[in-house]
Write a protein that binds this ligand. Structure first.
Ligand SMILES: NC(=O)c1ccc[n+]([C@@H]2O[C@H](COP(=O)([O-])OP(=O)(O)OC[C@H]3O[C@@H](n4cnc5c(N)ncnc54)[C@H](OP(=O)(O)O)[C@@H]3O)[C@@H](O)[C@H]2O)c1
Length: 226
């Protein structure tokens, strides 16, 4: 495929590397190349099959709207815009393009969510639960989006809202832990990311999965088919 990557930051540069390793042609735009999505016209995107966005919450909505207008398939890894999800879903569905997004493109994290959902049954058997998350000291937000997603999954599965405790330490890539405790035993369910590579591989494989498809997709419903 001919992929255009928006963002060459920590994650975007790895996505470009993985996409090239998987045999795709990759163009990359940074903020200065694309103010207010000005580089995303139908003419400029004529040769592009799919756009992948790992930019900022500030830039992503302009980018999405421009790609939808140009009728280009798009994979979005950028977070922080989900208040606009219903409006974007409508735009995508009206335009007949393919669109896939995720707060976490790691297949391992999505598997971890499945395991955690099953383990939440413990909360109906007198276990108490807690969520812990650890990230590098440069991470700006706390708790992490992944910890909040885990909290919501446990709530939907058990009706119980667990407390999240966040730690910011050294260069930890991202560790999430669900601890379920009873007087008889303790259950630990843990995901420990070794690098950002899991996100990058998931995003590129999602772009491959989206090729030729139309519609609005959440990675959590698609990753099993990759
Ligand atoms: N879904 C997932 O699995 C996943 C995983 C990791 C991160 N994320 C999310 O992905 C986003 C990026 O994370 P990061 O850690 O890679 O951030 P980062 O290192 O700060 O990189 C952001 C990049 O976006 C670029 N940018 C800003 N506006 C742009 C525009 N209009 N057009 C093109 N590029 C633009 C910036 O370019 P300049 O360098 O020129 O300023 C910068 O390179 C965040 O929202 C983060 O939460 C998602």
């Amino acid at each position: 495929m001919n992929i255009l990557l928006l963002g060459r930051g920590k994650t975007g540069s790895l996505v470009a590397e993985v996409a090239r390793q998987r045999g795709h042609q990759v163009g990359v735009l940074c903020a200065a190349d694309n103010p207010r999505a000005s580089a995303l016209t139908a003419a400029k995107l004529a040769e592009v099959d799919t756009v992948i966005d790992f930019t900022t919450p500030h830039a992503v909505l302009d980018n999405i709207e421009a790609c939808v207008r140009a009728r280009k398939n798009m994979v979005v890894g950028t977070t922080g815009w989900y208040g606009e999800l219903p409006r974007i879903r409508q735009l995508v569905e009206a335009s007949g393009t393919g669109f896939l997004y995720a707060a976490n493109f790691s297949v391992g994290v999505n598997l971890f969510f499945d395991v955690a959902r099953a383990a939440a049954a413990a909360l109906r058997h007198r276990y108490s639960g807690q969520i812990f998350e650890r990230h590098h000291v440069h991470k700006k937000d706390a708790p992490s989006g992944t910890a909040v997603a885990l909290q919501r999954i446990i709530h939907d599965a058990s009706g119980t809202e667990l407390e999240i405790t966040s730690f910011r330490e050294g260069d930890v890539v991202g560790m999430h832990e669900l601890v379920l405790d009873s007087p008889a035993d303790t259950i630990y369910v843990c995901h420990d990311a070794k690098s950002r590579r899991g996100f990058a591989e998931g995003a590129v494989r999602a772009a491959e999965w989206l090729a030729g498809k139309k519609g609005f997709f959440d990675f959590k419903d698609a990753w099993r088919e990759l």
